[in-house]
Design a protein around this ligand. Structure first.
Ligand code: ZN
Length: 216
């Protein structure tokens, strides 16, 4: 396999933050509207009708319908800072753990995992909980502290030498070219930035956002 780090990058698709934000904002309106419709404007963990905002379930970093959960301020604060967890509030997981949404299941599972250290009821709920294998993997990945690794759309870690499929059309910065959805990039390399991997597509070496790849 050719090692692309030994080749000069003849074309670099480097996403700066502005471009990344454009990417996210472009999809934001419809994503948030879809999420609000999904949860019927109620918090997806505690069912409160307080104001909601999307929370991206790690290790994912972009707000997408599949990776975000609509949370009220109370849930968000306590999810972000488990030290502030109010045990009684989290009885709500009794209901939300049965959500059909993998992202909600993952978040409910992780909260129960935190709570189960001190609460028998949380362990009982964990024992009852059912998740698809892929969802279970996602839930556990987030419990590790090594989220700082490039991960594909399914949260699977990407390593040097992996082959990946591009999951959506990606414009190449500074040109009118597009890397088509379904393009296979063989033998990727990882970069210092966990959001990016590099590889050769359309005959050019470039950086690609890890989350727009699927490991083959
Ligand atoms: Zn809530």
């Amino acid at each position: 396999m050719r090692n692309i780090t030994n080749n000069p990058l003849n074309f670099v698709y480097k996403m700066d933050n502005t471009l990344l934000n454009d990417f996210i904002n472009g999809d934001m309106m419809s994503t948030e509207a879809t999420l609000l419709a999904r949860c019927n404007a109620h918090c997806e963990l505690c069912n409160s009708d307080a104001p909601l905002s999307p929370y991206v379930v790690s290790p994912h970093t972009n707000v997408t319908v599949d990776h975000a959960v609509m949370l009220c301020e109370t849930c968000r604060t306590q999810v972000e800072d488990p030290e502030t967890m109010d045990m009684n509030h989290w009885r709500c997981l009794n209901d939300s753990m049965w959500s059909q949404e993998p992202a909600v299941q993952v978040l409910a599972w992780r909260q129960l995992k935190h709570l189960s250290a001190d609460n028998g009821w949380a362990q009982d709920l964990l024992d009852m909980m059912y998740m698809e294998e892929e969802t279970q993997k996602w839930a556990e990945i987030g419990m590790d502290d090594d989220a700082e690794k490039p991960r594909d759309v399914n949260g699977v870690e990407l390593k040097k030498g992996d082959d990946v499929t591009i999951i959506k059309d990606l414009p190449i910065k500074g040109s009118s070219q597009v890397i088509k959805q379904g393009t296979v990039v063989r033998g990727i390399s990882v970069s210092d930035d966990p959001k990016l991997v590099s590889g050769k597509a359309n005959g050019q070496s470039m950086y690609i956002i890890a989350e727009f790849c699927r490991k083959k």
